[in-house]
Design a protein around this ligand. Structure first.
Ligand SMILES: Nc1ncnc2c1ncn2[C@@H]1O[C@H](COP(=O)(O)OP(=O)(O)OP(=O)(O)O)[C@@H](O)[C@H]1O
Ligand SMILES: [Mg+2]
Length: 145
């Protein structure tokens, strides 16, 4: 499992670009990490690489934001404000997770019981230096970094 250290938001975005090069339609990226760990920053890099011109911020009032890319749709879920798992059923989460698009999930731990095994798991945490982030990326089974 590769572990990366980044020292600026741009470096985390670049790592997102590298990850995006390995993504295929239907892939799910589960992002774990505390507030400010850099989840949205990584998502920005992924989306840049996938060719969406949309501005990427965390969806604040909705659980999911859809972006258009040159290839497949990109679904950006942010579960920070989700209170009950039922809210996912209400938005029809299956389409986002199991459809043709790429699904990027911040605060993925909140829907852990619903995640399939075939998921990219990205853990982000603060390092000792002020802008250091430690980012580990586990590919799904049968895939490699
Ligand atoms: N190495 C780094 N990588 C990513 N972000 C960094 C880094 N160093 C500093 N930052 C700053 O940390 C913040 C990361 O914010 P970001 O929104 O990506 O976090 P988040 O994990 O999505 O948080 P939230 O849980 O609130 O959605 C930004 O303000 C960014 O400028
Ligand atoms: Mg965020």
């Amino acid at each position: 499992m590769p572990v990366f250290h980044t020292y600026a938001p741009e470096e985390t975005q670049n790592l997102g670009r590298l990850l995006a090069l390995r993504l295929r339609p239907g892939d799910i990226v589960a992002l774990y990490g505390e507030l400010g760990a850099g989840k949205t920053c990584l998502v920005q890099g992924i989306c840049q690489q996938l060719g969406t011109g949309d501005p990427i911020t965390s969806p604040t009032f909705t659980l999911v934001q859809e972006y258009r890319s040159e290839g497949w749709p990109i679904y950006h879920l942010d579960l920070y404000r989700m209170k009950r798992l039922e809210e996912l059923y209400e938005i029809g989460y299956e389409e986002y997770l199991f459809g043709e698009g790429i699904c990027l999930i911040e605060w993925a731990d909140r829907m852990e019981p619903l995640l399939p095994e075939e998921v990219w798991r990205v853990h982000l945490r603060h390092g000792e230096a002020p802008r250091e982030r430690i980012i580990s990326i586990s590919p799904p089974p049968d895939r490699s970094w």
